[in-house]
Design a protein around this ligand. Sequence first.
Ligand code: C2E
Ligand code: MG
Ligand code: MG
Ligand code: MG
Length: 285
Amino acid sequence: QGKQQGKNTYRFYTTDMESDITNNIRLKMELRNALEKNQFFIHYQPKVSLESEQIEGVEALLRWEHEELGLVSPNEFIPVIEETGMIHAIGEWILKTVCTQHKVWRDQGYPTLKVAVNLSPIQLKDPDIIEKITDILQETNMEPEWLEFEITETSLIENKKEATKILKKLRKMGIRIAIDDFGTGYSSLHLLKRLPVDILKIDRAFIQDNDDHAILESILEMAKKLQLTVVAEGVETKEQLDYLKDQYCQEAQGFFISHPLSKEKLESFVNAQLSREKSKYLKIC
Ligand code: C2E
Ligand code: MG
Ligand code: MG
Ligand code: MG
């Protein structure tokens, strides 16, 4: 296509591609030792109930900070660790870290939050995935009831048979399954009914675009019929939050509620909510 637009366009296009390739090679190299160098950490984004406006749970989001490159976006480095297979080791590290942190919070007396971990489609192809997850939960004293896994709609469709088998096993263990970025793929109602899922996370595109409200409302209606919990992603304004409340959406997540937070900042977020509750109670007395 670049060729048809003349020589300059073509050259520009090539340079762009070259820099993409160089960038990819650099990332691959730097990621190789990232785990050993402790360059990964987890941020936690609160999820609130729209009825009570209380924090219900958090989504664990992987962060990578490199000494020269700085903080690299997961959208950039996750495809690289998937491609190289590093996602297996890093995925185990994520789950172990999150479950260990959850135990610390429980021991410190924080209210027990649900925690959602993103699972890569590559991890779903690992024949030992169930065993690995079982071991980590046992090792870290984590109840499966506190855990959710988020899987994107597209990864479910691409690998339907195998993925369905694994998700069924996870659910049997008591772990809830969420479809992430729902609406961006091509799940039909028919497919959704047969998939072993508990939660739909509606992609932020449908929350943020007013023209998509018809789609949003029909997703909510369908989810209700299938008895799925609905989480709205990417809530950035009060108007969006109020609208979702009107539509009886159950949960919301987004910058308006909170950005993803370091573990210390999440503790402050929870503490602030606890003291608000306490002061409400004192006023009533
Ligand atoms: P996701 O699982 O759909 O996560 C939500 C992403 O949206 C996060 O980006 C979050 O920071 C961002 N977000 C949350 N609220 C808002 C909002 O109100 N507005 C906007 N514009 N964005 C919002 P992040 O952390 O950069 O992650 C991007 C994607 O990378 C994730 O999408 C997920 O697919 C993947 N990812 C992140 N952490 C992990 C992980 O631990 N494992 C795996 N396999 N994938 C991960
Ligand atoms: Mg997610
Ligand atoms: Mg999402
Ligand atoms: Mg996403």
